[in-house]
Design a protein. Structure first.
Ligand SMILES: Nc1ncnc2c1ncn2[C@@H]1O[C@H](COP(=O)(O)OP(=O)(O)OP(=O)(O)O)[C@@H](O)[C@H]1O
Ligand SMILES: [Mg+2]
Length: 151
């Protein structure tokens, strides 16, 4: 079954300016019968910012796990600054300057459902303030001492 990420390197003006610092060639990862990443080739030019996009389950995390050595590709090769890092340990890859952060989708165990809801509302309010060019308000809205309370 193939439901995974399939991509080729982007061709753009930035690639013409700088040679790739990181290259993934023909990367495939199989989990049993499921092909999570299917023959992906991806170049990251030096001095560039690139992104990898795709729907849920497309294979993005699996691909990043291979770039950073957390899992090994079934096939394909990854090079960093011209050196093969396909089977290099994650700590060694990190030492060469490639690191990742992890999605944290866990709930905060110490907060009640109401506190989580309030925190979410406060963040939405702060984003709205920033969109309107205002400094984000701190503290509860409309409550005692809050910015929603008029003089
Ligand atoms: N360790 C694993 N064992 C078996 N299947 C896996 C494993 N890790 C990922 N998969 C499967 O590989 C596919 C790609 O998953 P992956 O997590 O890489 O996708 P994603 O693009 O990061 O998705 P999301 O946008 O939801 O984070 C999915 O079908 C997933 O269920
Ligand atoms: Mg993911």
């Amino acid at each position: 079954m193939s439901s995974g990420l399939e991509a080729t390197s982007a061709e753009g003006p930035v690639e013409a300016l700088a040679p790739p610092i990181l290259t993934a060639s023909g990367i495939t990862k199989r989990f049993g019968g499921l092909i999570a990443v299917n023959d992906v080739s991806f170049d990251i030019p030096d001095q560039s910012i690139v992104s990898l996009i795709g729907p849920n389950g497309a294979g993005k995390t699996t691909f990043f796990n291979m770039l950073t050595g957390l899992i090994r590709p079934t096939s394909g090769q990854i090079t960093l600054s011209g050196k093969n890092i396909t089977r290099v340990r994650p700590d060694v890859i990190t030492g060469r300057g490639v690191a990742r952060t992890f999605q944290n989708i866990r709930l905060f165990g110490a907060m009640t459902a109401l506190e989580k809801r309030l925190d979410r509302t406060a963040r939405a309010d702060a984003r709205r303030d920033l969109r309107r060019g205002r400094p984000p308000a701190m503290g509860p809205r409309g409550g005692a001492g809050g910015p929603g309370e008029g003089p």
